[in-house]
Write a protein that binds this ligand. Structure first.
Ligand code: MN
Length: 748
């Protein structure tokens, strides 16, 4: 112990406080073992006022601090969040913004406590800490966190923390969600829970190291000041509250409010859902077989399997189980439990905790299983998580879908949501910008994709992102200032929304012209081969995307000649870009690629995804389909094949829909027969290698999954997919030596 003595309450160390808190939760099921919420009961108005003052302090810290940043991701889009924690690292309250991080920062604080930072490097008033390590508590390196301890006299009374998403993280490839790294050593600036300042000032060595570590040093530095200023504002707000209310009331309050959060979450879960087991598998792709620059072991096509199972117990516990997920891989799309917990958290705030009383209480009513070695918990110190979202976002569509079924079963139909859109394409790259400087960008137009359809309404068009419900696409003029690409157009993309009785929200597209850059290497990031998730109750999935980039184009010649030129691609099946512009067209479904150089005069089409639909498209009102055509949401030639609508003729539409229903009946086979033919396909291995490997990984990582798959399809006991799964074998060898941290086992 340091000379100052322990900084916890009543002379305890922080570690003792944390362990005691965990023991009390395990023994009583209640946060800190609290039985009576005496403060709340005896003076409810004071209790609410306390919460509002702390919450107000957090929101105003965010609104003020973001103006310090120059990064459009932080300043314009609001990709930051602040939160207040107990001494043990449990969140008390949070600001608006990218709230996925409230729980990741909790993990980081607990890590520092468990690693005895109290003794070395020490935790003192005025100290500053940082973290961006996903295995400690984060999603990926780009999310940089700042922590400031809050003291009252000689005791630690809490932590103020803030996070921003950096525009470039100095990874192997440019941008904030790098898709080039195949190991952790290529993920960029690495800050595994470090002390970076004292006496309220950042240490110079840390500031200088940051400037040397990223392609965008100015944004980096200002973002660091943003986080620190916000954390200090929160500390001030807490000190004011304590000065007025007394430290004992504050201490009592922060514990009661978390236990209150836990109870109200369980009450809400019991009230709004039907207990049971809900299953909704999701998929995503890493199509890297084509990438000649990768080493052989990483150069392959991978399909990811997330067989998500959600269980709601009679007691109001929520259990999330990823048993049967496929293996991590040599790419940057891997996840850690901290990221997954963060995602549960942000989804709960959107589906079940629809008020501002959001804190770690909900987390305490949750059990999760992210099996080590799987994509959801790679457990490999060398694994990259640069674009962990690439697994996380698709996989959590299963969560939304499952909760929605549970809500609908109880009759809460207005809360139901079909799966959201994948937040893609990511327009990301780096090189020499229009000012002749080295730069990098990730365009956050992707924070406004289509929302899922509802039971009573269509999904919201180009609305938000699953990770930031307050997403904002930013102004084109702002992006044009920092990216050497002009916007030729930004408009609704037809047919991106998943069809249904209620359709999903639509995506949109931007046509970008590379401008005054000698070279800028650009990626495409999104799904092109597979749907991430089906819709609800007969609703169709949202469209997959595609790539259309044109290099060496004659576009500038057309301008010179004052000739007409196409500005968008409403229908890729009759592409005006393909017909009207010469050059090398990469026009295919390779929607995820490593960076390739573009230069002045090249064109890049960025297609943002829509959300999934709900209900049978044949039940969509005629007028709604006509409005979709008129609004550019649906290509007219799909009105018939998807919706059975004959434009201009409601009577003919009814006849046509009758025919389509008849056609469906004629085509349908009993499930028993269909299963027989599918079983044959499995036995004959009638599927591409990535699909076989996906299932082989799931079976070898989970005996339960293997047993269930064999039993369901009535396969022989010894049935295996005859493909190599080197990552599974490596994981098993590694895990035999040490069990992975960060997973709280679900009950069997
Ligand atoms: Mn991020």
């Amino acid at each position: 112990m340091s000379a100052r003595g322990a900084i916890g309450w009543e002379g305890q160390s922080l570690l003792a406080m944390l362990e005691r808190s965990e023991q009390l939760l395990a023994a009583t099921g209640r946060y800190q073992g609290l039985e009576e919420l005496t403060l709340k009961r005896s003076d409810p108005i004071r209790y609410e006022k306390l919460f509002s003052r702390l919450r107000g302090g957090l929101v105003s810290a965010r609104e003020t601090a973001l103006n310090i940043s120059a990064s459009p991701i932080v300043k314009e889009i609001g990709e930051l969040c602040f939160a207040l924690y107990t001494p043990e690292g449990d969140s008390v309250a949070l600001s608006t913004g990218i709230i996925v991080h409230v729980h990741t920062m909790s993990d980081a604080i607990k890590y520092m406590i468990r690693q005895r930072y109290e003794e070395n490097p020490g935790i003192a008033p005025g100290d500053i800490f940082t973290n961006n390590d996903a295995m400690i508590g984060d999603v990926h390196n780009a999310d940089v966190q700042t922590f400031v301890p809050i003291f009252w006299e000689s005791e630690l009374v809490g932590w103020a923390a803030g996070v921003t998403h950096e525009i470039d993280i100095g990874a192997k490839t440019p941008g904030s969600v790098p898709i080039g790294p195949i190991s952790r050593f290529e993920d960029g600036i690495d800050l595994p829970a470090r002390k970076i300042g004292s006496h309220d000032e950042l240490w110079r060595d840390h500031v200088l190291a940051g400037l040397r570590g990223t392609r965008t040093p100015m944004y980096w530095t200002l973002d660091e000041k943003t986080r620190l200023a916000g954390a200090h504002m929160i500390r001030d707000a807490v000190e004011r509250v304590i000065a007025q209310e007394g430290v004992d009331v504050y201490k009592r309050f922060i514990r009661e409010v978390i236990e209150d959060g836990r109870r109200s979450f369980q009450a809400r879960l019991r009230e709004m859902t039907v207990p049971g087991r809900y299953r909704a598998p999701a998929f995503s792709e890493v199509p890297f077989a084509k990438e000649a620059q990768l080493p052989s072991y990483a150069r392959r096509d991978t399909l990811m399997h997330a067989p998500l199972e959600l269980r709601i117990t009679r007691e109001g516990m929520l259990e999330l189980d990823y048993d049967g997920a496929s293996a991590w891989g040599h790419h940057s799309c891997n996840c850690t439990p901290s990221a997954m917990q963060g995602a549960i958290w942000v989804q709960l705030t959107q589906l079940l905790i629809c008020n501002d009383k959001v804190n770690d209480g909900a987390y305490l009513a949750l059990r999760s299983n992210f099996p080590p070695g799987t994509w959801s918990n790679h457990s490999n110190p060398q694994c990259s998580t640069g674009i962990a979202w690439s697994f996380l976002i698709p996989s959590f569509t299963g969560f939304v879908k499952s909760i929605s079924r549970a809500l609908q079963a109880r009759g809460f139909v207005e809360e139901v949501l079909a799966p959201y859109g994948l937040t893609a394409n990511a327009f990301q790259g780096g090189g020499i910008d229009q000012y002749g400087r080295q730069s990098a960008t990730t365009n956050f137009g992707l924070s406004c994709v289509g929302g899922g359809a509802k039971m009573i309404l269509d999904g919201l068009d180009y609305a938000a992102a699953m990770w930031n419900p307050e997403g904002d696409m930013g102004d084109m003029e702002m992006w044009e200032m920092i990216e050497p690409f002009l916007y030729l157009s930004q408009r609704v993309k037809p047919n991106t929304a998943g069809p249904g009785r209620h359709r999903g929200g639509s995506g949109y597209e931007c046509l970008r012209l590379a401008w005054s850059t000698p070279f800028y290497e650009m990626q495409n990031i999104g799904n092109g081969y597979c749907f991430i998730q089906a819709g609800l109750w007969g609703g169709y999935p949202a469209a997959t995307g595609y790539r259309h980039n044109i290099r060496g184009s004659d576009f500038l010649d057309l301008i010179q000649a004052r000739a007409p030129y196409p500005q968008s691609e409403p229908d890729p099946g009759a592409s005006e870009l393909a017909a009207g512009i010469a050059g090398r067209h990469d026009f295919d479904i390779e929607a995820t690629t490593l960076p390739e150089v573009m230069a002045h005069g090249d064109l890049y089409l960025s297609i943002y995804r829509g959300g999934a639909g709900l209900g049978d498209p044949l039940e969509r009102p005629y007028e709604s389909v006509m409005a979709d055509i008129a609004g550019g949401f649906l290509l007219e030639r799909y009105a018939d094949s998807i919706y059975g609508v004959v434009p201009g003729d409601p009577q003919a539409t009814e006849r046509r829909r009758g025919e389509l229903r008849e056609h469906r009946r004629a085509k349908a086979v009993p499930v028993r027969e269909w299963m027989k033919s599918e079983r044959e396909r499995i036995l004959e291995l009638d599927m591409i290698e990535p699909v076989q490997r996906m299932y082989a990984e799931s079976m070898r990582l989970s005996e339960r999954f293997a047993r269930e798959l064999r039993a369901f399809w009535e396969l022989p006991e010894e049935f295996e997919f005859p493909v190599a799964t080197p990552e599974v074998e490596l994981s098993k060898a590694m895990l035999a030596g040490n069990a992975a941290e960060g997973t709280r086992e679900a009950s069997p």
